[in-house]
Ligand binder design. Structure first.
Ligand SMILES: CC(=O)SCCNC(=O)CCNC(=O)[C@H](O)C(C)(C)COP(=O)(O)OP(=O)(O)OC[C@H]1O[C@@H](n2cnc3c(N)ncnc32)[C@H](O)[C@@H]1OP(=O)(O)O
Length: 395
């Protein structure tokens, strides 16, 4: 589109962005939802696309930190992406993504992440599906017998206002065990994790928070159902204590858990596996390595080794080419002219980065080329994580 102009959206125009989101996501924005949107848009780098004086598109990128193996990395959490129905398929999104990449590079954020409205959209921009989630349903009309002995330490209900202080350290410890989550500050807890209203279902109560010394669960109730929003536990026994509590709440007969990690313990813990059903599975976080060497240096590795990767990136030329990756205690990633062990797209590198997908699978489907026999298995061994990556942050 020839007259397209990409500009920052000023803070005075937050409501313009919110109304635009309502239009493209087919939502009626109620006054009480607006405050939450304003809070989120205010925190974001706001990109607008204008054509002939018309707001044709928008994109927001929240500066966050993403848990990766061994630490956290600065991340642009991309949200509120849309293009006016009258301006689709003319490159407006492509122009906004280019700007988002430039902003992330300027701010030294090596990765960008998003939840996609449609899976078909973001692969072309170098995003790979880095983690998946599953939905569980538990029949609690009868007692939930568990094969794991629940940790006996007492649980206590805390007021949501207290929750950020109490839950914060437990959540941070969980991020160190499992990659994929976002570091939460006090506002993220109160406005995003524990808002009083549940926008998608007005029948649900405000959030209830139950805390164990080494775990917590956040849930709402309604329709005879416990809807689990977040559950974190240091080990299986703590997890058993929290599930047993949730399953025993009076006047409810099932638990619905819409977002659980793919390696959730409950299906294995239940003495009667029929009582716990996996009712759905879906793609969760899409990850884009905006700065390949910085991202690869930022995570820890499960094995020491060295590889030459030939990375294809059609959108960010600085990433495109051959990299010598050294894994192990002092990770390195430098440009090289040596022959590659593996050739792969930057999107597939994003898909394996947190250990959620394996190179072995990508080689089998023909997406990744293995030049050195065994290189995919060796790099998988270095990428592997003890717990599957999991994201339970809504943005
Ligand atoms: C993180 C988030 O916020 S996810 C939310 C995304 N937003 C939505 O789903 C709201 C409704 N949809 C929209 O607003 C728009 O259709 C968008 C933002 C998805 C795409 O915007 P457009 O300006 O039309 O995209 P653009 O013209 O830059 O397209 C670039 C390429 O992606 C393709 N593409 C864009 N959207 C889609 C889609 N939904 N499905 C398949 N392909 C798509 C285009 O065909 C084009 O391909 P090409 O380069 O091979 O020609």
């Amino acid at each position: 589109m020839t007259d397209l102009e990409i500009r920052d959206v000023p803070e005075a125009d937050l409501d313009g962005m919110i109304d635009f989101s309502g239009l493209v996501f087919h939502q009626r924005i109620r006054e009480r939802d607006r405050e939450r949107w304003r809070w989120m848009m205010r925190r974001a780098e706001r990109v607008g696309a204008w054509s002939g004086g018309v707001r044709a598109g928008q994109l927001a990128a929240l500066p966050m930190r993403l848990a990766v193996p061994g630490g956290t990395v600065a991340c642009s959490a991309v949200t509120a992406v849309g293009v006016l129905p009258t301006h689709r398929r003319r490159g407006v999104l492509s122009a906004m993504i280019e700007r988002m990449h430039a902003d992330a590079i300027a701010a030294s954020r090596p990765v960008a992440a998003l939840w996609a409205s449609e899976s078909a959209i973001y692969g072309r921009y170098g995003f790979g599906l880095a983690d998946r989630a599953m939905e569980l349903e538990v029949d609690t009309s009868r007692p939930l017998a568990l094969r794991t002995e629940p940790d006996p330490r007492p649980l206590r209900l805390v007021d949501p206002d207290e929750a950020p202080g109490v839950l914060g350290p437990i959540h941070e410890a969980a991020l160190a065990r499992r990659p994929g989550g976002l570091v939460r500050d006090a506002e993220w807890w109160s406005r995003n994790v524990l808002p009083e209203e549940e926008l998608s279902d007005e029948q649900l109560t405000e959030p209830r928070v139950v805390v164990h010394p080494e775990g917590y669960a956040i849930y709402r109730t309604g329709h005879g159902t416990v809807r689990l929003e977040d559950l974190v536990a240091a080990d299986a026994r703590v997890e058993a204590a929290l599930w047993r509590y949730l399953a025993g709440i009076d006047l409810t007969s099932r638990i619905k858990a819409p977002t659980r990690p793919v390696d959730d313990l409950l299906p294995h813990m239940a003495a009667d596996p029929d009582q716990v059903r996996v009712t759905g599975g879906y793609g969760a976080l899409w990850l884009r390595l905006v700065d390949v060497p910085a991202a690869l240096r930022a995570r820890s590795w499960a094995a020491g080794d060295a590889f030459v990767l030939d990375v294809a990136d059609t959108r960010i030329p600085a990433n495109h080419g051959r990299w010598r990756l050294t894994t192990g205690p002092a990770p390195g990633c430098e440009p090289t002219a040596d022959a590659p062990d593996l050739s792969l797209s930057v999107a597939d590198l994003g898909a394996v980065y947190l250990g959620g997908a394996t190179l072995a699978t990508l080689v089998r489907i023909g997406a990744v080329t293995e030049h050195t026999p065994g290189a995919a298995a060796r790099l998988d061994a270095a990428l592997t994580v003890p717990l599957a990556p999991y994201t339970n942050d809504d943005f």
